[in-house]
Design a protein around this ligand. Structure first.
Ligand code: ARG
Length: 467
């Protein structure tokens, strides 16, 4: 970044100022180092504004054409990496406007009529967040499609279901993946809600009170794809709740990805041995030759922290601000950019891992039967067949589990005689419910883990997510 010298007193407000800012003032004030990420949105907003100014006769058609041409050339140069940003010009807005005026003269100076950087930045951030939401939503659907495909493939692949990370009841790998699909589908709809709420255009609120120029805010709002203009000029320049909401959406989605990542870390641990990631999604150790580390999963989990930080940062920046704009609000951007970019990377990594991972079907089946995982099925059998109250059935089953445990064996390996020593009315038929396959097959309640349910649900998701 260059330091194009600015005449004493800033070019943009030179009138009142005799001296330029101190170096430290410039350093703390400048945002162009990060807000130049919004150059596309800034140009888009300026084009709409200029088009409207000409339409209502505030500037001439010739000026508008000059502005349009100038902005398009600036956009092309930024795109090509051939634009010198100046810290002395503070931010993306003034860099582009100053360059425009340099290039086209007089007409460039008319662009800012009826506008302030306060409504301009409120607009740019909204446009940037809206673009980010669109990108993230598409990516979320990619991850969901990947999970649904694996779920369909493994609708009947049994695995242990856990509570407290203790073996609880057998489930299927497909059912487990579809649980994440549900979480991600809520993240997707949260982003859609956020988009709907932020989709009002603040442009034309000007500094804070609107303007006396006969601008057409409905026109600029429509040109920029908004549902309409915001209704209160003070609110328009003072509010960033859309940003906080977006950051919450990111933090929540990151939390879901982090839980999945944690499972990948657990599953790939050799003591579990549930899934294997290929060399494409593992790293080795510089000292321990045997290692295969699930670093991508660990980083998806770890990166969640900075997204929480951005959310708390945003809320904290806003909480003490009287109406309307304060420079504090310039601090909204880096967290937004970082969260969106971090989540983009995390979603890509999770999509990659989901496609890559290979469940060890035999190991999952073996683990699914361990830890007396069908004890609930036994208790349910006692209720159904012997009409025992559930609490009594729970107690009897507990004694049978204790017996099997003390004999170092599984429930299904007890003989009928051994069972009858605990509850004499038990019959042979009980063995029909003690297998893992029988257990999952029986759980046909809506949303339950039965492979037939899972296959049906996966098929429904496939339809819903069809591109
Ligand atoms: N760079 C500023 C920001 O990000 C733009 C708005 C400046 N407005 C002002 N009144 N100084 O918030």
């Amino acid at each position: 970044m260059s330091n194009i010298p600015v005449p004493p007193g800033n070019v943009q407000w030179g009138g009142r100022f005799a001296q330029g800012p101190s170096a430290i003032m410039q350093a703390i004030n400048a945002s162009v180092g990060f807000d130049r990420k919004m150059w596309r949105q800034d140009i888009r907003g300026s084009l709409a504004h200029a088009g409207m100014l000409a339409h209502v006769g505030i500037i001439s058609a010739a000026d508008e054409a000059a502005i349009r041409g100038g902005l398009e050339r600036i956009g092309a140069r930024i795109e090509a990496g051939d634009f010198e940003w100046s810290e002395a010009l503070e931010d993306v807005h003034m860099n582009i406007e100053a360059r425009l005026t340099e290039a086209i003269g007089e007409a460039g100076k008319r662009l800012h009529t009826g506008r302030s950087r306060n409504d301009q930045v409120a607009l740019d951030v909204r446009l940037w967040v809206r673009d980010a939401i669109d990108g993230l939503s598409a990516q979320l659907q990619d991850v969901m499609r990947a999970m649904v495909a694996r779920a369909a493939e493994h609708a009947g692949t049994v695995m242990p279901g856990f509570t407290h990370l203790q073996p609880a009841q057998p489930t299927t790998f497909g059912h487990h993946l579809l649980a994440y699909v549900e979480m991600l589908s809520r993240d997707l709809s949260r982003l859609a809600d956020c988009r709907r709420r932020l989709n009002e255009c603040p442009l034309g609120a000007a500094a804070l009170c609107g303007t006396g120029f006969p601008i057409d805010r409905h026109m600029t709002a429509a040109a920029l794809g908004f549902d309409g203009p915001t209704r209160n000029s003070l609110d328009s320049v003072a509010s960033r709740d859309f940003a906080a909401e977006f950051l919450f959406c990111c933090a929540m989605c990151a939390t879901h990805l982090s839980r999945f990542a944690e499972e990948v870390v657990i599953w790939t641990n050799p003591y579990f041995g549930f899934v294997k990631l290929s060399d494409a999604f593992t790293t080795g150790s510089s000292i321990m030759p045997q290692k295969r580390n699930p670093d991508a999963a660990e980083l998806v989990r770890g990166k969640t922290g900075r997204m929480f930080g951005a959310l708390v940062g945003m809320l904290t920046v806003m909480k003490g601000l009287a109406l309307t704009y304060f420079k504090d609000m310039q601090e909204d951007k880096e967290g937004i950019f970082d969260s969106a970019e971090t989540l983009t990377l995390s979603l890509a990594a999770v999509a990659g891992m989901v496609k890559d991972l290979q469940p060890n079907v035999a190991r999952l089946a073996e683990a699914a039967g361990a830890g007396f995982s069908t004890a609930t099925d036994l208790a349910d059998w006692l209720v159904r067949e012997l009409h025992m109250p559930f609490r009594d059935a729970h107690h009897v089953t507990g004694r049978l589990v204790a017996k099997a445990e003390s004999m170092g064996t599984e429930l299904a390996a007890l003989t009928l005689t051994e069972m009858q020593a605990v509850e004499p009315r038990i019959t042979d038929a009980v063995f029909g419910v003690l297998s893992v396959a029988a257990s999952v097959r029986s759980r046909t309640s809506y949303g339950g883990t039965a492979p037939a349910n899972v296959a049906r649900m996966a098929a429904e998701w496939q339809l819903r997510l069809a591109p």
